[in-house]
Design a protein around this ligand. Structure first.
Ligand SMILES: [Zn+2]
Length: 415
């Protein structure tokens, strides 16, 4: 059946102002597998907007050939609130300007509400159990509050994604190679996707306590299974993945076309779209634990002069960057070396050298400059249990870093 398109209005934030989401739907409603896509939940992350635009073209062509076997829900942009936040020429789409926080943190956890609805209903029929859990999660999403524009946005997105077999939350990082985040129980799916996208890094995590959108979709299934002691008695689940499409400036038509083709291949591989995806493509990396990501801190304010390009494999002790103290009277004594504390792939960092400038306060400068170096350990999951040594940075470092890095968005421009 042909694609349908719907506009869903968000709550009116102020008189004379209204924003809306656009939703494209492919396939028969209720058909499985069901896939959900949206781009730029952090509104100022644009590579995904272009990639999904290409994907729509591929899906339209497949639809015209009658090849949509499951159901696909695709939102070309996930965050019209963030897209409208412009300050002095910069789009500041990572945080809600009304104080609502990071758009990709603290999503509602539907586990408890769904468990209440399931009370005593699950039995011995795995297929029936799966449908009951899916319905309970959807009902829980339907009950979410919709009092403000931001609540409407979150409730609408989660209602659309809940019940999908796979959820693709498409973001980008600062200056970065492509990488994927997923729950560790979805390692096989993540690695298959990494093969089709040729992603050089895959980061797996346990339950994320700051509840990004991927976790809001994947974790309730995992928690319900765990709490009720179900395994084979509850098949199904949701492979929810955050796809980081390189860096903010990697908004290129050729890359977007190629990334869309990779996503489309994965849809064929999983039977959402009929067709031959070709042989399984090996991922160009091993899966690594998110807890194995190391972030080096600059010892103070200044400008970070990088010594390596993204994509370099580095060894412990290697000089990664120098912090240049612009207050020093003698440039010869202004540089403090910053060394790698782990061996691995240098896959992402804060904004480009040319754009790094001192911030207006020590604290802000420290936050801007102090968490800019990412090293993904190459040790395979789950052997690597890297803890940050004496940095005071919590274990869930990458999430926090991504949050902190957004500070740059309000300065020279990040990320
Ligand atoms: Zn993001």
């Amino acid at each position: 059946m042909p694609r349908t398109t719907e506009e869903i209005a968000l709550a009116n934030p102020s008189p004379g102002t209204r924003r809306s989401l656009k939703v494209h739907r492919y396939g028969r409603p209720g058909a499985r597998p069901r896939a959900y896509f949206h781009a730029a939940l952090h509104a100022d992350e644009w590579p995904g907007l272009l990639t999904l635009n290409h994907l729509i073209g591929l899906l339209d062509a497949a639809d015209a050939e009658g090849r949509i076997a499951g159901e696909i829900v695709l939102l070309p942009y996930a965050n019209p609130i963030g897209l409208s936040q412009h300050h002095h020429g910069y789009n500041t789409g990572r945080f809600a300007a009304d104080g609502g926080g990071n758009f990709n943190r603290h999503w509602p956890d539907l586990t408890d509400a769904a468990m209440e609805k399931l009370d005593g209903k699950l039995g011995n029929d795995p297929a029936a159990n799966e449908e009951l859990v899916r319905a309970a999660l959807k009902a829980a999403a339907g009950d979410l509050p919709r009092r403000t524009e931001l609540e409407t946005l979150k409730a609408t997105l989660l209602s659309l994604s809940t019940g999908a077999d796979m959820v693709f939350d498409v973001h980008c990082d600062s200056v970065s190679m492509m990488h994927l985040y997923a729950h560790k129980s979805h390692c096989d799916e993540a690695m298959a996707l990494a093969g089709d996208l040729q992603s050089p890094a895959v980061l797996l995590e346990d339950d994320a306590d700051d509840v990004p959108f991927d976790s809001a979709n994947a974790a309730p299934w995992i928690r319900i299974k765990r709490r009720l002691g179900l395994n084979e008695a509850l098949p199904g689940g949701c492979f929810a993945v955050t796809v980081e499409l390189r860096g903010h400036n990697d908004v290129l038509d050729d890359l977007a076309r190629s990334d869309a083709a990779g996503l489309f291949r994965f849809l064929m591989r999983r039977g959402v779209v009929a067709g031959d995806p070709g042989p399984l493509v090996e991922a160009p990396c091993a899966a690594t634990p998110l807890a194995g990501v190391d972030v080096l801190q600059a010892p103070g304010p200044g400008i970070v002069a990088w010594r390596h390009e993204i994509g370099t494999r580095v060894e412990v002790g290697e000089l990664m960057a120098e912090l240049v103290d612009i207050e020093a009277d003698d440039p010869a004594g202004a540089r403090t070396p910053i060394h790698a504390r782990a061996s691995g792939l240098f896959f992402a960092r804060m904004g480009s050298q040319a754009r790094q400038r001192p911030a207006s306060s020590l604290q802000k400068a420290f936050r801007c400059m102090s968490e800019g170096l990412f090293i993904c350990l190459s040790r395979p999951y789950p052997a690597a249990r890297f803890r940050n040594r004496g940095t005071g940075v919590p274990r869930r470092i990458c999430r926090l870093t991504r949050e902190s890095s957004s500070i740059m968005a309000f300065g020279p421009r990040h990320p």
